[in-house]
Design a protein around this ligand. Sequence first.
Ligand code: KIV
Length: 271
Amino acid sequence: MSVHSEIKKITTETLRKMKFDKEKITMLTAYDFTTAKMVDAGGVDSILIGDSAANVMAGHETTLPITLDQMIYHTQCVVRGVERALVVADLPFGTYQSNPEKALESAVRMMKEGGAHAVKIEGGKEIEDSIRKIVNAGIPVCGHLGLTPQSIYQFGTYKVRAKEDAEAEKLISDCKLLEELGCFAVVLEKIPAALAKKASESISIPTIGIGAGPDCDGQVLVYHDMVGMNQGFSPKFLRRYLDLYSEITGAVSQYVKDVKSADFPNDKESY
Ligand code: KIV
């Protein structure tokens, strides 16, 4: 008899079926082993090693500076902590846009060295050839449309995207293209709820929203935002489930007091 516990792993097929069954999909980011273990134990369906690691882990203003080697390192750490969730890793800026061969090389490194189960890349029609090349190699691809942070210098702002008809129409046609190309899901970031609903109804692969309203097939948040570690970031779409910034700074300041006053360590805490 096997000594391994029977954990049913989530696959891209599971997510497809969840959309079909109208069961909402949950996704959160993680960038390290310990967090990934907790997020997986909490029952999330998918863990995203987002290039938001550039912001929350490294303190950069945008997601652009993070490298493929750094994303691979974060992915390796997360994979070691996950038993159940589908692990999706972002390909960072500059590693897939220039040509399909480079895109495939980056995706292969992320799967082989990082141990990801799938990759996520930003954009639609413009990166069609890269998506096709990666999918044809047997690597599951999650698309990302709407506010795509790797294009922030082109957008000039983090405001809601696709409020105008032309951008909204392009988003719907990009969603259909991503489905045709074989993507298994698409993240929709910061777009009007009505447009996200229309997008979700127009394709059979799941949409996973962030700031895209309640009618997406699933939701994703950045872990550090939802547990309240990132005090300065309060967009309308964010729901905070904890106030860890206050909890942690409070605990640290109590530790400082205890050491300074020689209260810690006491006899029971000494050998
Ligand atoms: O990098 C990231 O964390 C993301 C999510 C916000 C979807 O792409």
